[in-house]
Design a protein around this ligand. Structure first.
Ligand code: G4P
Length: 289
């Protein structure tokens, strides 16, 4: 799978990040708590080397709470400050300013000792498209700020957003990377809606998602589709075959039949993706640390 996502725009944004990194005290990456690896731009480590780092696990309302706990521990163990957030409802966002000050405590103490108490702390905010970056910034700022555009050809490529007298954010465009080396990254981004469905046909995507849920969240799947039991996962069958049988079972329960009594698995796959994205099926985390 090779997703090209505005390569010229990505190059410009990367350059902007590299130029601006010297103007910020810390870097905050907003990740999707359901897919903390797949929603993490692999270029960020190299671009921001040496800066104190914060990770915001956003969309915790849609993720498995146990998974979020494990990811938070994972990033803390690596020395990152971690904030769990549901930016849509504003849960967790009020802790952002305090978390930044804690992350930069040594630096701020050193400034205070030199009498530089009024110095503004600047934080660069990074995140792939649709992760909830604008929603998060608006909640932290307490007002609606202009959205930086993820698309090329629009002039607003970065902006400084004042939060309080001592804290300013640098909002950047959401960028993906030109090529996913690992196919599961592309699929995770498609399940969550970060990239368009058309990278793969909907039915194939639905099969893979069903297979994952059937394996990791069988009880939730049974409850969501009122299935008394799931089809057996046979060792010799691949994910597609297993997922297809789950799509058939769920589609049959929903009454999605086409001529000849066959199940309309494509329709079921579309519904599955919609329901996954809106967390109607439950709260799931698709990656483990
Ligand atoms: P971006 O800047 O990273 O591209 O993302 P943006 O903030 O525009 O958010 C994309 C969508 O995700 C928005 O929904 C937003 O409300 C939703 N969202 C952001 N953070 C969270 C979160 O923590 N939990 C949940 N459940 N949703 C979140 P939308 O449907 O595009 O807009 P709207 O209907 O909310 O206005």
């Amino acid at each position: 799978m090779n997703i090209q996502w505005y390569p010229g725009h990505m190059t410009k944004t990367r350059r902007m990040i590299a130029e601006q990194i010297k103007n910020v005290d810390a870097v905050c990456e907003i990740l999707d708590a359901r897919i903390p690896v797949s929603s993490r731009n692999p270029d960020v480590d190299e671009l921001t080397a040496g800066k104190p780092r914060m990770v915001v696990l956003n969309r915790v309302d849609q993720a498995d709470p146990e998974g979020t706990k494990r990811w938070a521990e994972h990033f803390r163990a690596k020395g990152y400050a971690v904030l769990e957030s549901d930016a849509k409802s504003g849960v967790g966002t009020a802790k952002f300013a305090g978390a930044v000050r804690e992350l930069l405590a040594d630096k701020l103490r050193a400034y205070a000792e030199k009498g530089m108490t009024g110095r503004v702390v600047r934080v660069m905010i990074l995140g792939i498209p649709n992760v909830g970056k604008s929603t998060f910034i608006n909640k932290v700022a307490g007002r609606k700020t202009a959205k930086t555009e993820d698309r090329p050809g629009v002039t607003r490529s970065k902006q400084w957003v004042p939060i309080d007298r001592n804290l300013e954010l640098l909002d950047t465009p959401g960028i993906l990377w030109p090529k996913f080396d690992d196919q599961s990254v592309g699929m995770n981004l498609a399940y969550t809606g970060a990239v368009k469905d058309d990278i793969l046909d909907v039915e194939t995507l639905g099969c893979y998602l069903m297979a994952y849920l059937g394996e990791h969240y069988p009880d939730a799947l049974k409850a969501a589709y009122k299935l008394s039991a799931l089809p057996e996962r046979e060792a010799e069958k691949n994910d597609i075959a297993y997922g297809y049988r789950l799509l058939e079972a769920a589609g049959k329960k929903r009454g999605f039949l086409i001529s000849g009594g066959e199940v309309d698995t494509e329709r079921m796959a579309k519904i599955l993706l919609d329901e996954f994205r809106s967390a109607k099926l439950g709260r799931f985390t698709l990656e483990v640390p």
